[in-house]
Design a protein around this ligand. Structure first.
Ligand code: KG4
Ligand code: ZN
Length: 336
């Protein structure tokens, strides 16, 4: 079964082609970064308009390896995300599926991030824990199978990606903040600034990043005058944010006794996080980090999640539907 995946939840137009036998057959991404950069963040109206402009040419570019008639099903991001951006993908997916007389299915964006771990590493099977870290989410999930998820903890305020983006702005860096902080932190000197690790002493598995953000703001205002100061602050922030994530992963492993952990979502592309989470291997934990290009938003993950959902017997969608918010827990009800 060959599934076409369409991702339009935020600022990347993603096309993916995943086949049940051959795996990933193709993929194209257009990033809107340059369009939103002058505004310091994503402008929803500009995002929707650009998805509309790019989705068809991008699909044509992704198709040389096969033609439209070979597609057996269409999957699209149904939520969570920007409503206008989601609608462009949903209506395009339904129109195409109708024209081809093929089934169409809406996918939860964070589930697609999570399942990409199983696509990249066929040997990585449930049960496992997943740390989902993106621009809008920071969640720890226990995965028992497709749609068999238990939310163990999540952020009480900002998502970690959002914290990276906001701190980047404080440091005068351009959008998107995560990669910019990672680059600047490489020039930082350790030990000049020290920020606390939020939620460290609590035994629940929730996260909080707004206090850390405020600590950074105070440091920038008081001592962030030179380029070196800002690099040192970037390093201290990145280290604290990564530590906060790894501390909760360690607690989740101890509490659940599941010694298998995957990370996913845009922030999982962060090199310090990948290295630091890898240190858990020393405690006998099986760690998996997907390739960086599959961590940030892409169409392949949507095609893969669509393939798994359809193979599991989930009914296709009858009409385009999108959710700007969509609780992860609700996914369990979709499982067959
Ligand atoms: O999953 P994603 O591409 O989109 C959402 O679903 O939100 O994640 C985007 C987030 C942004 O906040 C971006 O700054 C962050 O991921 N990000 C990073 C890195 N690459 C992307 N954060 C830290 N380090 C990175 N290398
Ligand atoms: Zn994402």
């Amino acid at each position: 079964m060959l599934v076409l995946g369409l991702e339009t939840s935020c600022d990347e137009t993603g096309i993916g082609l995943v086949d049940s036998e051959r795996g990933v057959v193709g993929g194209e991404i257009f990033s809107q970064v340059e369009i939103h950069r002058p505004h310091g963040g994503v402008v929803p109206e500009l995002a929707s308009r650009d998805h509309l402009k790019k989705i068809l040419p991008l699909l044509q570019k992704a198709l040389p390896s096969c033609h439209l008639g070979m597609i057996d099903a269409v999957a699209y991001t149904k939520g969570p995300g920007l409503i206008g951006a989601l609608l462009t993908g949903a209506t395009f997916a339904h129109s195409l599926a109708w024209a081809l007389a093929r089934p169409v299915i809406g996918i939860h964006h964070m589930e697609a991030h999570l399942l990409v771990c199983e696509l990249s590493n066929k040997a990585f099977k449930p049960p496992y824990l997943a740390l989902l870290v993106s621009g809008g989410h920071t969640q720890l999930v226990e995965v028992r199978g497709l749609g068999r998820y238990r939310l163990l903890g999540e952020t009480l305020d900002d998502a970690v990606g959002e914290a990276f983006d906001k701190v980047a702005r404080m440091l005068g860096l351009t959008y998107p903040g995560g990669p910019a902080i990672q680059r600047l932190a490489q020039n930082g000197c350790e030990g000049r600034f020290e920020f606390s690790r939020p939620m460290r002493s609590r035994c629940d598995l929730n996260f909080s990043f707004s206090g850390l953000k405020t600590q950074v703001l105070h440091a920038v205002e008081r001592q962030g005058g030179t380029g070196q100061d800002r690099a040192d602050i970037a390093l201290a922030f990145e280290t604290a944010a990564v530590d906060a994530l790894v501390i909760k992963c360690r607690q989740a492993i101890e509490q659940s006794q599941i010694k298998k952990l995957a990370i996913a979502g845009g922030v999982a592309a962060n090199l310090r996080l990948r290295k630091s989470i890898g240190s858990l291997c020393a405690d006998g934990v099986d760690i998996f980090c997907p390739p960086q290009d599959l961590c940030t938003d892409n169409g392949v993950m949507i095609a893969h999640a669509g393939l798994l959902r359809l193979q599991s017997g989930q009914s296709p969608d009858r009409f385009p539907q999108v959710h700007s918010r969509w609780a992860f827990d609700e996914l369990c009800a979709l499982a067959t």
